[in-house]
Design a binder for this molecule. Structure first.
Ligand code: G3P
Ligand code: MG
Length: 247
């Protein structure tokens, strides 16, 4: 039901490095992490990049929407200083660069499709799924990434574009119709916020035969608790506190 790593670094390297950057992946490796979650968004000229926020301001200097800015502009921005001056000069990372890095270092991926706008859901999913499918077509032995999204529309587009790629139905709160949604998507797993999970819901998801993934678990006691409920895997910001999955 979950033939994948159990502990993932959230947004690349958790809070130990600038999120969704190669520096994050490197931080993860330093702590023994070979499994990551990251977010994929499209630039105006449809380059899939690793990005969480739909706008500049928090992790990138300046202002403006990612969906209205070309890659040629975004690639010049400092994506590291906001986290710590020691990361000054770190750049944004394209999906292609992330796939390169993760394949080179044997890092398993939970690729979260993060459309900058609802209207971009389908296109973001199509381009992400195509890039991942192309890459893994060359590497038949590797464990395929799971593609996840809060956008049901995006996951439907993944299903149509590259049905061979496993899908994770991502929700903040598990809806009443979760089982029908998972069945419609032919998803492998339900991804949800651990804060709203209950032992009964966890048991129901597992009894239905699905993987169960939680975000974002930053305390060892909570990790042990939800694991006892049957949760298969989770991502964490605290790669320095929660030991990496021995694999
Ligand atoms: O994929 C799980 C988690 O990353 C969802 O929340 O906002 O960190 O992308 P967020
Ligand atoms: Mg995410």
């Amino acid at each position: 039901m979950w033939p994948y790593p159990k502990i993932l670094a959230h947004r690349g390297g958790g809070t130990l490095a600038p999120e969704n950057t190669l520096a994050g992946f490197r931080a993860g490796l330093q702590y023994g992490y070979r499994a990551v979650e990251f977010d994929v968004m499209l630039t105006r000229d449809e380059v899939p990049i690793l990005m969480h926020d739909p706008e500049r301001g928090r992790t990138l200097p300046g202002s403006g929407k990612i969906a209205e800015t070309d890659w040629a502009v975004l690639r010049e921005l400092d994506a590291g200083t906001w986290r710590d001056p020691v990361f000054a000069g770190e750049r944004l990372c394209t999906l292609e660069q992330a796939l390169d890095f993760c394949q080179e270092h044997g890092i398993w991926m939970n690729v979260e499709i993060k459309p900058a706008t609802p209207a971009a859901a389908r296109r973001t999913a199509e381009l992400t799924a195509q890039a991942v499918a192309r890459r893994f077509a060359r590497d038949a032995g590797a464990a395929l990434p799971v593609l996840s999204s809060f956008s049901f529309e995006a996951l439907l587009a993944v299903q149509e574009t590259a049905p061979q790629l496993p899908r994770g139905f991502l929700v903040e709160v598990i809806p009443d119709d979760w089982q029908a949604r998972l069945a419609q998507l032919q998803a492998v797993a339900l991804h949800t916020n651990h804060k709203h999970l209950t032992p009964a819901l966890a048991a129901a998801v597992k009894a239905a035969g699905y993987g169960l993934f939680c975000y974002t678990v930053n305390e060892t006691a909570r990790a042990a608790e939800i694991t006892a409920w049957g949760v298969d895997a989770f991502c964490t910001d605290r790669i320095d506190l929660i030991p990496a999955d021995p694999g």
